[in-house]
Write a protein that binds this ligand. Structure first.
Ligand SMILES: *[C@@H]1O[C@H](CO)[C@@H](O)[C@H](O)[C@H]1NC(C)=O
Ligand SMILES: *[C@@H]1O[C@H](CO)[C@@H](O)[C@H](O)[C@H]1NC(C)=O
Ligand SMILES: *[C@@H]1O[C@H](CO)[C@@H](O)[C@H](O)[C@H]1NC(C)=O
Length: 414
């Protein structure tokens, strides 16, 4: 050992110098690695609890992980959700005191004081981005390139009520890959929010008082549904009030006004009460895509003749399960026409489709659509998965949590 430090040997000095350099380099490397690692794990905490007390979660995986209820302390501070984009060119009317969730566009609100187990606030004020726990962007704003600050850790939530055929952002992977969560009509979304309220039990007009047979009202003449209707019309009378194969007048146009009010829906609802059947043909056959036309037909007691997603049963919980006639159950328009003709002449068989009106909708508490219709907490973001009796959901308790299973959506950045 001693010779190592002998000052007389130049070569020994050189060796000692190298040794010291290696030690210093290793230390620098360790420090650097540690700092990098800290930065990397922070980058994968897509949730800001909002404030210096934020619990910093250490995620080691490169992808988002499933969070458990206990993983996150109950937030003490208010969650701020920023509705970042407009909706079809309009600024989102953020309403602090909505009456209830069904009434409020865009389908969520900040709740009445005390109603939500997590204190929360919804705002469209972009200048408060620093405080945000999450950002919401509508899939059809005028400019999807106007996205929340990329450096911000809070999750981005995409919202859509329209199907991909009419929403180009939904099939653009450059856009979709930046979002963490989805609010949409899909029942498998992180936050399902279909435009389909719970059908009402209004007493239908009795069978023998219904003069009308089959009602059709649609004006976007998508080729498949229009052709199907054309063929159906060869075998049974269909009264078409919309622009597609129109053969009846008398219904105001969708955006027509009387006394400065839009009255299309009111008139449509009155009209359809007198028809035994309504064609409820979705404008596209996209998974889970249904809209409020199903609600209109059910509520007015005009039995829906449905064309669209084969997942429609999930929208018909409890006693609603026998409430519609599906086009897909028939081999041809001719067969369907024959069946409708048969029901038109058999009150007993026909009324089976309306049994739910008398029986009630039944127990729907264990269904996704049921939780949307009757949320345990009419939350700022309803439609969540209820974890158990008397418990808030894990998502509700933690505010907004990323899941590993955001279908079709990957983590932001690379
Ligand atoms: C929501 O509020 C509207 C307007 O006050 C009311 O007509 C409707 O019945 C309410 N819906 C629910 C589910 O409470
Ligand atoms: C009418 O429908 C009921 C119930 O499906 C059935 O039992 C009955 O035979 C039908 N009547 C005729 C005339 O087809
Ligand atoms: C709810 O549904 C799930 C899965 O379909 C089932 O396992 C569970 O037992 C149901 N719970 C109740 C209370 O019906």
């Amino acid at each position: 050992m001693m010779f190592f430090f002998r000052p007389t040997s130049k070569r020994r000095w050189l060796l000692l110098g190298c040794f010291i350099m290696v030690v210093v380099k290793t230390m620098l490397f360790v420090v650097h690695y540690y700092m990098e690692e800290t930065a990397r794990t922070r980058k994968h905490v897509p949730l800001r609890a909002g404030g210096e007390e934020s619990p910093v979660q250490t995620l080691t995986s490169d992808s988002y992980v499933e969070w458990n209820e206990g993983d996150f302390p109950k937030p003490q501070r208010k969650r701020l959700i920023i509705y970042w984009s407009g909706v079809r060119g309009h600024k989102v009317p953020v309403q602090k005191t909505a009456v209830n969730h069904t009434q409020f566009w865009p389908f969520f609100y900040a709740g009445q004081p005390g109603e939500c187990p997590v204190p929360c606030e919804l705002s469209s004020d972009q200048s408060r981005a620093q405080e945000a726990s999450a950002f919401v962007v509508h899939a059809r704003p005028p400019d999807i390139s106007n996205l929340p600050p990329i450096e911000h850790l809070a999750p981005w939530i995409l919202q859509t009520n329209e199907n991909p055929v009419y929403t180009p952002a939904l099939y653009d992977s450059r856009i979709m890959s930046q979002f963490n969560l989805l609010i949409s009509y899909r029942l498998d979304s992180d936050f399902p929010a279909p435009i389909y309220p719970i059908p009402e039990l209004d007493t239908p007009i009795p069978f023998h008082k219904r003069q009308g047979g089959v009602l059709a009202i649609f004006s976007k003449c998508e080729p498949v549904r229009t052709e199907y209707m054309r063929q159906l019309m060869r075998y049974i009378q269909v009264d078409s009030y919309g622009a597609c194969l129109k053969n009846k007048d008398g219904l105001i146009a969708m955006y027509g006004k009387i006394n400065n009010r839009y009255v299309f829906k009111d008139h449509k609802l009155i009209l359809s009460r007198y028809y035994k059947f309504s064609l409820v043909f979705m404008n596209q056959d996209c998974d889970y895509f249904i809209d409020d036309r199903l609600y209109h037909a059910l509520t007015t007691g005009s039995v829906p003749v449905f064309m669209g997603t084969n997942k429609v049963d999930q929208y018909l919980p409890g006693n609603l399960k026998n409430a519609i006639i599906k086009v897909s159950d028939f081999r041809s328009p001719k067969e369907l026409a024959a069946y409708l003709e048969y029901l038109s002449n058999n009150e007993t068989a026909y009324n089976r489709y309306l049994e739910w009106k008398w029986k009630g909708i039944g127990d729907i508490s264990n269904t996704t659509i049921g939780r949307w219709w009757r949320p345990r907490y009419p939350l700022f973001l309803p439609g969540m998965h209820v974890a158990g009796q008397g418990q808030a959901t894990s998502r509700a308790q933690a505010g907004l949590l990323p899941t590993a299973h955001v279908r079709g959506l990957g983590p932001r950045g690379s």
